[in-house]
Design a protein around this ligand. Structure first.
Ligand code: ATP
Length: 458
């Protein structure tokens, strides 16, 4: 469990410029957030890391960027129009609104409410739960609440013009599966990865950027030959967990939750979540979903569009609709987990506590900060900055004592501080201070680029 309170961590991300409250000058918009200069840098680097490990480093995975607004038939075929809804329940007394399943899980985290019927949820709540807001035990019946945001296309608002903002990026991949097969000359097994915005009219958004109505997803749909699907499922479970550990996340804050048979979608052979010990929760919460989706989505699109979705194996002449493994993670949720995991307050000596973000250098907003010791070193420091900034994200800070400048960089996760001092002109070297160990070493200016390149590798 992370050592620090959620409030403390959230406050730090707000005051240091990672995240701002959305629409703040108009009094805000509940549960919407904007990413500030450090936040957008961190977010871009997280996406870069995912794209690198899931798309670029895999010969059999390619990328895609599909539209946010798709033909509404896509969402009929995928089942979202009929079933993408959450069980909503109201307190009759104070009119607060809750997700019934989350209310039950919040009361007893050992219960998997997703496997319960609405009747079972209602009965459980009536017997065991009082309204978290007002303490009364009088709830309405459960109603199903459609989570997709509706919009309309064109100048006339009627049933024909109705469309949706996508609630996941996955369906954009499924409807392009044939295009990708045709144009990329890939053979099964192969995958398509996509990063993009998704929208869900969540009943109970909250916990900062953990659950919002607008968020970003990084999704992979991996198409496999039936019979090999479970092996690939296991492969991607490990691949996703290794991705998080490689980013330096602490093993004890991560775990798998494998779904029980009765919790699985009817078409799925297996599904699990990677959970993270978010500090707002008593236990662990979902970070990354890894689902076996069988041939469900492609079969549905074949049925609704009339387009054949079969794959022809040219070697064996077999025809089949591939089984799909889908690892899907939210960028914002991963960013939150990374900050929670990296945040630390360290006692340096008796009256000196430093806030430090131990972020992996690859995702850190700045890879290094150039700190001229005094004004006399400004020119040389600027020269070094101008060179390095072509390759890396570099900060420049020449205000305040060197100690204060180190602390500022520690607090935003900059892994290396490069101090340009009185000797730098003559020995053509600088001092590099390591954020985590606080140790210093002397490095030749001409070696700086290679030094940083080596250190930030994923
Ligand atoms: P939940 O049960 O918590 O609503 P889910 O199981 O519906 O989530 P998925 O559809 O599997 O979530 O979405 C994949 C990933 O997208 C999640 O693991 C999470 O990281 C992210 N995600 C989903 N909904 C949100 C949201 N409202 N805000 C931020 N991230 C989200």
């Amino acid at each position: 469990m992370p050592k620090f309170s959620f409030e403390k961590i959230v406050n730090h991300t707000k005051v240091s410029g990672f995240v701002y409250p959305g629409s703040e000058i108009y009094g805000g918009l509940a549960n919407s957030w904007d990413y500030g200069p450090l936040g957008v840098a961190l977010k871009n680097n997280i996406k870069k890391a995912w794209w690198q490990k899931f798309v670029i480093e895999n010969q059999n995975i390619v990328g895609l960027d599909s539209s946010i607004i798709l033909n509404p038939k896509v969402w009929e075929a995928s089942g979202h129009v009929a079933t993408f809804n959450d069980p909503l329940i109201d307190c009759k007394y104070c009119h607060s609104r809750f997700r019934a399943d989350k209310l039950v899980e919040g009361h007893d985290s050992s219960i998997r409410a997703s496997a319960m019927s609405n009747q079972e949820l209602e009965d459980y709540i009536a017997k065991n739960i009082v309204c978290p807001k007002c303490g009364h035990n009088q709830f309405t019946n459960i109603r199903q609440f459609q989570l997709m945001f509706k919009t309309s296309i064109g100048v006339v608002e009627d049933a024909k013009s109705q469309a949706y903002l996508r609630p996941e990026t996955a369906q954009g991949i499924f409807i392009n599966y044939k295009n990708v097969l045709r144009t990329s000359r890939k053979k099964i097994p192969f995958g398509i990865g996509q990063i993009g915005k998704a929208f869900r009219n969540e009943i109970t958004p909250g916990n900062f950027i953990f659950r919002t109505r607008e968020f970003e997803q990084m999704e992979l749909e991996f198409f496999t030959k039936p019979g090999t699907d479970l092996e690939w499922y296991e492969y991607f479970k490990k691949y996703c967990m290794d991705f998080l550990l490689n980013l330096g996340m602490k093993q004890e804050n991560l775990k798998f939750l494998e779904y029980e048979k009765e919790e699985l979608a009817h078409y799925s052979k297996a599904t699990c979540d990677i959970l993270y010990a978010f500090p707002f929760s008593n236990g662990f919460e979902e970070l990354w979903g890894i689902a076996h989706r069988s041939d469900y989505d492609l079969t549905k699109h074949q049925e609704y569009s009339g387009e054949k979705m079969e794959y022809l194996d040219v070697d064996t002449k077999e025809k089949y609709i591939p089984y799909v493994i889908e690892p899907s993670v939210g960028v914002d949720r991963l960013l939150l987990a990374l900050i929670c995991d990296a945040y630390d307050e360290e006692t340096v000596n008796e009256n000196d506590v430093r806030i430090v973000l131990h972020l992996h250098p690859f995702v850190a907003p700045f890879k290094a900060a150039i700190l001229p010791l005094s004004k006399q070193q400004n020119d040389l420091a600027n020269e070094i900055y101008a060179k390095l900034v072509k390759e890396f994200e570099i900060d420049f800070d020449n205000t305040g004592s060197i100690g204060k400048r180190y602390r500022r960089q520690d607090a935003i996760g900059t892994p290396y501080c490069i101090t340009v001092d009185f000797d730098s002109e003559t020995d053509k070297s600088v001092t590099i201070r390591n954020r985590d160990t606080m140790e210093q070493e002397r490095v030749k200016i001409e070696d700086l680029s290679n030094y940083l390149k080596e250190k930030i590798k994923l």
